[in-house]
Design a protein around this ligand. Structure first.
Ligand SMILES: [Fe+2]
Ligand SMILES: [Fe+2]
Length: 362
C-alpha cells in the first residue's frame, strides 16, 4: 500500500514537472534517457478538424507610437499593476503619434477557407485609438465588411487598452456584432462595451453594444468552426488585466497555425499547451501576432534561451510583430528562425517583421 502510494505520488509529481527537475539534478536530463525511464506522457487531445487555407492581414500592430511616453504614463500612475482604467494616458503632443496621440492599437483580420469551399471572416481585437483604428479599418476594407455584416467572429484576445479600447471603430459599423471575450474580463470592460465612459483614461464608447457577449471558458479548447479553436489562458497581466485567449488553426497539409494578440501566457507555454491539447499540435507550422518578448526593447539573457527553445519547434513561418520587440525579432533572424518580413507601411517602424497592411498566407 505504502509502495503503491509512493509510486502514484511519483507519477503525479512527474506530470507536474517535478520529476523532470529531479532527473536534471541527478544528471539524467537528456531527453532520450528521460523518455526511456519515464512513463509515456498522457495527452488529452481534441481533434479540431481542418481548414484549407488561412490569410492573416495585420490591420495595426502599432499599439503606441512612443515607448518612452507609454512607460512614463505607467510610471507616473504608480507602476505596472495599476488599473488601466484609472491611468491618464498621454493623448496629445506626441511627435511620433497619430495626430499627436500616443495611442494606436492592435487588430488582425483573418480569412479562413473551409474544406466545404466557404470562407469565415474574423476580426481579432479592435485597437486603442478609435480614430486610428477607423482609418485602418476603412483602408483595409474591414469597416465595409462590418457594415455589411460579413464578419463572422469578433474576438477580443484580452482586455488591454491597446487591444480593446478602440471598440468604437468596430461598433460604429456594426453595434450588433457578437463578441467573444476571455474569462477574466473586469466589470469596467463590460461597462465600456455597454457605453460607459472612463474620462480619466480617456476611453469612451458612444456606440453601445447590442450583440451577444460570449465569455470563453478557460483551460479548455473552445472550437469555433472546423479547423479553428480558441484557447484561453488564466493569468494576471500588467495594468490589472486577467486572462488572454488565442487562436489555434489546423491547416490541411501544413499543420498548426497559432495567431495571437499579445501572448502574455508566453509563446512556449502556448505551444506546449497546444501540443498537449490539440491533435497535430506537435507540428506547429506558423505563428502570427504579438509574442511579448521584448516589448519595451529591454533584453535579459534568459530571453536568449527562449530564442534557442523556439528553434527546436520546427516552425516554418513566424509573422511576429507588436509586443514581440525589435530586439527579439533581430535575435530570431540571427538564430535563422523563419521570420516573415514586411513592407514598413502605415506607420510600422521596421521592415524586418510583418507590419501594418502586410498579410501572412498559409
Ligand atoms: Fe498588446
Ligand atoms: Fe497585452
Amino acid at each position: 500500500m505504502a509502495e503503491d502510494f509512493s509510486r502514484r505520488s511519483f507519477i503525479k509529481g512527474a506530470s507536474l514537472g517535478v520529476a523532470a527537475g529531479y532527473f536534471a539534478a541527478a544528471g539524467l536530463s537528456s531527453t532520450a534517457l528521460y523518455k526511456q525511464v519515464m512513463p509515456a506522457e498522457k495527452l488529452n487531445q481534441t481533434d479540431i478538424g481542418e481548414v484549407k487555407a488561412l490569410r492573416m492581414k495585420v490591420i495595426s500592430e502599432t499599439s503606441w507610437y512612443d515607448n518612452n511616453v507609454l512607460l512614463n504614463d505607467l510610471k507616473g500612475a504608480g507602476g505596472l499593476l495599476v488599473n488601466q482604467y484609472t491611468i491618464p494616458w498621454t493623448s496629445n503632443g506626441v511627435a511620433a503619434g497619430y495626430n499627436g496621440n500616443n495611442a494606436g492599437g492592435f487588430a488582425t483580420y483573418i480569412e479562413a477557407d473551409l474544406m466545404d469551399g466557404s470562407t469565415k471572416r474574423i476580426l481579432l481585437d479592435t485597437g486603442w485609438n478609435p480614430a486610428w483604428m477607423e482609418k485602418r479599418f476603412i483602408e483595409e476594407g474591414v469597416a465595409e465588411k462590418l457594415a455589411k455584416k460579413q464578419i463572422d467572429y469578433w474576438i477580443i484576445s484580452h482586455e488591454h487598452f491597446d487591444h480593446y479600447w478602440g471598440l468604437e471603430a468596430t461598433l460604429k459599423y456594426n453595434p450588433n456584432q457578437d463578441v467573444y471575450v476571455p474569462k477574466g474580463f473586469y466589470t469596467e470592460g463590460f461597462d465600456l462595451l455597454k457605453g460607459k465612459a472612463f474620462p480619466k483614461a480617456q476611453v469612451k464608447n458612444d456606440f453601445p453594444h447590442k450583440g451577444k457577449v460570449h465569455v470563453m471558458d478557460s483551460s479548455k479548447v473552445n472550437p469555433l468552426f472546423p479547423g479553428a479553436a480558441l484557447m484561453t489562458f488564466d493569468m494576471p497581466i500588467i495594468c490589472r488585466v486577467f486572462g488572454e485567449q488565442a487562436f489555434v488553426f489546423n491547416v490541411k497539409d501544413k499543420g498548426i497555425v497559432l495567431v495571437t494578440g499579445c501572448c502574455h501566457m508566453g509563446i512556449i507555454t502556448y505551444m506546449e499547451t497546444v501540443r498537449k491539447k490539440i491533435k497535430g499540435g506537435e507540428k506547429i507550422y506558423a505563428v502570427q501576432g504579438g509574442l511579448h518578448i521584448s516589448p519595451f526593447e529591454d533584453w535579459d539573457p534568459q530571453y536568449d534561451d527562449l530564442i534557442l527553445a523556439l528553434n527546436k519547434y520546427g516552425i516554418q513561418k513566424i509573422g511576429a510583430n507588436h509586443c514581440t520587440g525589435f530586439i527579439a525579432v533581430e535575435k530570431m533572424i540571427s538564430a535563422k528562425l523563419p521570420v516573415v518580413t514586411g513592407t514598413k507601411r502605415n506607420m510600422t517602424k521596421r521592415d524586418i517583421y510583418l507590419g501594418n497592411g502586410d498579410t501572412l498566407a498559409v
